[in-house]
Design a protein. Structure first.
Length: 408
């Protein structure tokens, strides 16, 4: 079987490794000519954590992970106002949680690719033609690539989705926020945020800080805006939107890197009635972005890749495998999407009275019942899908029998 994958991000790299391990010939395209160096901190837990364990890549992820002992909301002078129940969340997950920068997670997944995976950086596609038993992909250099299956793993603004399923506007649900992430050097900020995740306790706009190795600080910023349109000059827009905030914010704005080194996008979800068409299938953010408010997109990307590869391994018909994948995985991502939408107001309160309410709830988090509720909101519903598919796991009713265990 020959598989073409568009996108060498988290989902694309994970599915490339799986498909290659199953004996498929794999080509991966990414339009970036170098691996992305910038990114944001990812709390990695749940189904993705389990899938990474099943793939055997978890120890390498843990090696590059950061230790976060506590998370707190601070006032304009950096004084702690209230803690976030990060420890409780870790407890609710039995410690099966780690915090990792997106480029580090991608590097681990890239390093885990078998040598025979054909990874083509600086390459994209411009046209997809369907055949009865596969696809012909026109690359942006004019070359053609035939494959039995095309996997669109090219993120929330997927080109594969646009080419095969139609305009993004049909599928993108804008949640009313913009988000930015960048890293700045801060030798003098030193220990201020070491081993902690610190967020400003502010309405309508918020910045969060993680201290990285080598005295760098990872920043993520989110603000409310009814206008989905992205600014031309990202750095100038960030400096404008977050001006006047206290503590580390002026320093972050001063040292904010060039626009090309900043992640900046709408906070949005992707909802599609169907994830596959003929021999084209979408995975990760391309078909089911949950948004940063759900906080599990990377985890779902790895887990979804695992589920797709498992269905292809177990089923002799590619079409049926794509159906099984969607049937198993769609309910899981839809629950996270609902959770993400419900959490938006909690994540970034719209007014000072809502801020006070959130603070009051968090101050009660020493009560087991309250802390359980907050952790449940952060973690969402657990799913048994990966556990049942893993070696030794029981097959769920909706999954096909494991008898047909070669790549179709
Ligand atoms: C600020 C922030 C915080 C987050 N925090 C968390 C968290 O705590 N936990 C968590 O699990 N998730 C988190 N997420 C979500 C997570 O980062 C995404 O859900 C995840 O990266 C999706 O992976 P993906 O592989 O589907 O897409 P992406 O990571 O977007 O990868 C897509 C890849 O496709 C490539 N590409 C795009 N277009 C083309 C094209 N036309 N041709 C070829 N290649 C192309 C890109 O270069 C990229 O390499 C967060 C997101 C943000 C923005």
């Amino acid at each position: 079987m020959k598989v073409a994958i568009c996108g060498a991000g988290i989902a694309g790299l994970a599915v490339a490794e799986r498909m290659s391990a199953l004996g498929a010939e794999v080509v991966v395209l990414d339009r970036s000519s170098t691996p992305r160096a910038h990114g944001h901190m990812i709390d990695f837990f749940g189904s993705g954590y389990e899938a990474a364990e099943a793939i055997g890549v978890l120890p390498a992820i843990q090696e590059v992970a950061y230790r976060i002992d506590a998370a707190s909301l601070v006032d304009e002078h950096g004084r702690r106002r209230v803690g976030l129940p990060y420890g409780e969340m870790a407890k609710a997950l039995d410690g099966r949680l780690c915090s990792v920068m997106r480029p580090d997670l991608e590097k681990v997944l890239r390093d885990n690719l078998p040598r025979n995976v054909d990874l083509r950086l600086g390459r994209s596609l411009s046209k997809v033609s369907h055949r009865d038993d596969g696809v012909t992909v026109m690359l942006d250099d004019g070359a053609e690539l035939d494959a039995d299956l095309l996997v669109g793993a090219d993120g929330i603004h997927s080109t594969v989705r646009e080419l095969v399923f139609g305009a993004e506007s049909q599928y993108l649900r804008y949640l009313g926020f913009h988000c930015a992430a960048f890293v700045f050097d801060a030798p003098d900020v030193g220990e201020t945020t070491r081993d902690r995740f610190v967020l400003t306790d502010t309405a309508d706009r918020q910045m969060g800080f993680y201290m990285l190795q080598d005295n760098r600080v990872a920043v993520f910023a989110v603000h409310r805006t009814s206008d989905p349109k992205l600014p031309h000059d990202t750095r100038a827009a960030i400096r404008d939107k977050y001006a006047g905030m206290g503590w580390l914010v002026p320093e972050a704005l001063r040292r904010c890197p060039r626009s090309e080194e900043i992640y900046y996008d709408q906070v949005a979800q992707i909802e599609m009635p169907r994830w596959s068409k003929n021999r084209v299938i979408l995975i990760g953010d391309a078909c089911s972005a949950v948004s940063l408010f759900a906080g599990q997109g990377a985890s779902l990307a790895v887990a979804g890749a695992y589920v797709l590869a498992e269905q292809l391994r177990r089923t002799s018909s590619v079409d049926r495998a794509l159906d099984f994948y969607e049937r198993l995985w769609r309910p899981v991502v839809e629950e996270k999407q609902r959770g993400g939408r419900d959490s938006a107001g909690w994540f970034l309160p719209a007014s000072s009275s809502q801020l006070r309410l959130r603070r009051a709830a968090l101050r009660l988090a020493w009560l087991p019942m309250v802390s359980r509720r907050i952790s449940a909101r952060l973690v969402g519903e657990p799913t048994a899908v990966i556990a049942t598919l893993r070696p030794g796991g029981e097959d769920s009713d909706s999954s096909p029998p494991a008898a047909e265990d070669s790549v179709p």
